[in-house]
Design a protein around this ligand. Structure first.
Ligand SMILES: Nc1nc2c(ncn2[C@@H]2O[C@H](COP(=O)(O)OP(=O)(O)O)[C@@H](O)[C@H]2O)c(=O)[nH]1
Ligand SMILES: [Mg+2]
Ligand SMILES: [Zn+2]
Length: 300
């Protein structure tokens, strides 16, 4: 569509937001990357959004409208709640025995995904290295709780890793999360060979320092996508309510609704079905401790 008037010719395009930094975004319109700004509004554009933008002749676009999102994934840090990505349909949580991993990071990412109604896959990377921090046992526990899991070595057995990953990731819009050093970028580069070059191009065009990976980056992958996230050590969940959190624990699902009090916090209230299950050992002590920690400030 071409709008005439005021001497300026603009064309409306539909595009995918592939990177953001401050008020600037990069949008992908039929494989052409354009620089875009959002007039008036601040910070409401999220990587993964479909937008409608008007395109000026100088290759600068202005985002006019954000289409309704199929999903939106958040995480919180000590300052604020941040959107990680929109329109994701699978969260891939990457961890490895080296450097040592934090099991609660993996569990928190699973809570965030489930609370947003997004499927999750837990990926144990670096199986070529000695398993000094019991990664295999951890992934087995997660699998017993009902999540899909994979174990592979991105670096040493790349061909096998690529086959396994293609099977689980192709055709989906995947968000890679994990503590830094777990192998997310290695995995991304294995599946999307020009990802490194594109990351540099994105940073250059957004005028961000080369080393700064401060935000998510969207890369087309088959009919879906792979979205890389920056290294963060904490996956805060302060945006979720107690009921939302409890609802993401698979081992609670058969018990929710059986507590004596409808508004039970499952913190050892009389007649609590979940603390009873914990006392009997059918809810693991570590998982219950994790639940109590997540909801400590919410149970009032
Ligand atoms: N031994 C081994 N090292 C790996 C594997 N995958 C990644 N690495 C290494 O782990 C380090 C961190 O990887 P990187 O992809 O940057 O992690 P990210 O911070 O999660 O993006 C790099 O030195 C990689 O070469 C693997 O499967 N096995
Ligand atoms: Mg990385
Ligand atoms: Zn209860």
């Amino acid at each position: 569509m071409t709008l005439q008037g005021s001497g300026l010719e603009t064309e409306r395009v539909r595009a995918r937001v592939v990177a953001t930094f401050g008020r600037s975004s990069l949008i992908d319109h039929e494989s052409r990357i354009l620089q875009a700004t959002r007039r008036g509004k601040r910070g409401d554009v999220v990587v993964g959004d479909w937008v409608s933008a008007s395109l000026a002749t100088n290759d600068q676009a202005s985002i006019e409208l954000i289409e309704p999102r199929a999903s939106l994934l958040f995480r919180a840090d000590s300052y604020r709640v941040k959107e990680l990505a929109a329109n994701i349909d699978q969260v891939v949580v990457v961890f490895a025995a080296h450097p040592s991993f934090n099991p609660w990071f993996v569990w928190k990412a699973l809570v965030a995904a489930a609370a947003s109604g997004i499927e999750a896959l837990v990926l144990r990377n670096k199986t070529d290295l000695p398993d000094a921090s019991d990664a295999a046992a951890f992934v087995q526990q997660i699998s017993q709780l009902g999540w899909r899991t994979l174990a592979l070595s991105t670096k040493v057995d790349s061909a096998a890793a690529r086959d396994l990953l293609n099977r689980e990731l192709l055709g989906r819009r995947n968000l890679l999360v994990g503590q830094s050093g777990m192998g997310k970028s290695t995995l991304l580069n294995l599946l999307v060979p020009d990802a490194h070059a594109r990351t540099q191009e994105y940073s250059h065009r957004l005028n961000v320092g080369k080393q700064t990976t401060t935000a998510s980056r969207w890369f087309p992958f088959g009919s879906g996508a792979l979205v890389d996230t920056p290294g963060f050590q904490e996956f805060g969940l302060s945006h979720l309510s107690l009921n939302q959190i409890a609802g993401t624990f698979p081992e609670f699902s058969a018990l929710l609704g059986s507590c004596r009090f409808v508004d039970c916090h499952h913190h050892e209230e009389p007649g609590c079905a979940i603390s009873a299950a914990h006392a009997e050992g059918s809810v693991s002590p570590e998982r219950y401790k994790f639940y109590r920690s997540l909801t400590a400030s919410l149970a009032k």
